[in-house]
Ligand binder design. Structure first.
Ligand SMILES: [Zn+2]
Length: 403
């Protein structure tokens, strides 16, 4: 079934009448064939159109073996002549990105001889693949030339040409098609190439092109960019982020990076001061505990202490200080807060001086039993954690009685 492709003659056609030639049931809806359509089927990197046929919404349009199918959720009556309407904001967005891609690719090619080897239009971002990585200066120059070409508002013509006519043109991209007429898209004082997509009538309709970044690919690079309305919305979002970041840091927009660096420096300095205080604090706690060192039984002198205010690093510091004392072992219990509102844990660290008769692994197993915990180690060092009971400090007294 041959469909007249109205979008090839007029990319700005929004309303038209068409006769429904077929309406087939498929798994999740219907596919409709019209005698004439302005809905562009996905192709050449450009996304497909949507809109309405009669009262029924067209979600996507695809071409299969030369036939254009309109995908709908509801059926349309075969044989009827219906009014069709294109989703114009969606089409304009696609044409801005697609025509902008022509202009940007031409800019890279004409300035630096870098060729476009691929194009992808997503719902949010647009990319072109280039034949080699480009420098930031080349990115800036291509962006500048592309935007000048847009602001000069050159007319864009789409026409079919014979092979003989095509040979006289300086095409940016050589086509793979070797026979028959070719569809040419020609921008005055700009890009000329073969293309089946839809394009705006004047470059000014693209609005602007903004390069976001370059990603290195195998043997080349991928440039991410946005055109027209997408670039404007992206600018709006980034402006909002910059305003909020500036307000949070109490600095002007251009001072945000420096503000963040300063803040990171302050946090690092505070962290270092806090670690030093932690070292001093654990020193004092160790002194006090060692002053009241119990005589001990068969395990020798064992310091058993609950330290609810110490964190893991401080507990380790304290343990190291305690076991510096000959013939001494230490059992330190502390607590950790639960992650994302979950339950916290009671943690235990056990260590001993080389000449202490204590067995850290054995003591850790007793703590595992008391706290329904998991942990283990060797005779000279062990660690574990268990359920954070409300009375976790009193529970530890059961171990003290065994020492
Ligand atoms: Zn095109």
């Amino acid at each position: 079934m041959e469909t007249e492709r109205l979008y090839e003659q007029d990319s700005h056609l929004v309303w038209w009448e068409a006769t429904v030639l077929a309406c087939e049931t498929i798994i999740d809806g219907y596919r409709v064939v019209l005698d004439r359509t302005a809905f562009f089927p996905e192709g050449g990197g450009q996304l497909s159109d949507g809109g309405t046929v009669g009262m029924v919404q067209v979600l996507e349009t695809r071409e299969r073996e030369g036939c254009i199918y309109h995908f709908t959720k509801e059926p349309v009556p075969v044989g009827e002549r219906l009014e069709c309407c294109l989703d114009w904001p969606r089409r304009l967005d696609h044409m801005q990105q697609h025509t902008g891609e022509h202009i940007l690719s031409w800019a890279f090619w004409s300035l630096f001889g870098v060729e476009n080897t691929g194009f992808h239009m997503g719902r949010e971002l647009v990319t072109i693949d280039l034949s080699r990585p480009v420098t930031q200066e080349e990115m800036d120059a291509a962006e500048d030339l592309a935007n000048r070409n847009i602001w000069e508002n050159h007319p864009i013509r789409c026409y079919t040409a014979t092979q003989a006519e095509v040979e006289k043109l300086t095409l940016r991209k050589k086509t793979e098609k070797i026979a028959g007429a070719l569809r040419i898209v020609e921008i005055e004082e700009g890009d000329i190439c073969t293309c089946c997509g839809t394009h705006v009538n004047h470059t000014g309709e693209v609005g602007m092109v903004k390069l976001l970044r370059q990603e290195h690919t195998k043997g080349g690079s991928r440039v991410v960019f946005l055109c027209g309305g997408r670039a404007l919305r992206d600018y709006g979002r980034k402006n909002q982020v910059a305003m909020e970041a500036g307000a949070a840091l109490s600095v002007k927009e251009e001072e945000i990076p420096e503000g963040i660096r300063r803040l990171k420096g302050e946090i690092a300095a505070q962290g270092a001061a806090l670690r030093e205080k932690g070292r001093m604090l654990t020193g004092f706690i160790a002194q006090e505990l060692l002053a009241n060192l119990p005589a001990g039984g068969r395990m020798g002198a064992v310091v058993l202490t609950c330290q609810p205010d110490l964190d893991a690093k401080e507990a380790k510091l304290l343990l190291n200080r305690l076991v510096e004392t000959p013939k001494t072992a230490a059992v330190i219990l502390y607590q950790t807060p639960g992650k994302e509102g979950g339950e916290g844990r009671v943690c235990y660290l056990l260590g001993k001086a080389a000449d202490s008769p204590a067995d850290c692994k054995y003591l850790c197993e007793i703590l595992n039993g008391l706290y329904n915990g998991k942990g283990g180690g060797k005779a000279n060092f062990a660690q574990g954690s268990g359920k954070l009971l409300p009375n976790w400090q009193e529970t530890a007294e059961a171990l003290r009685k065994m020492l």
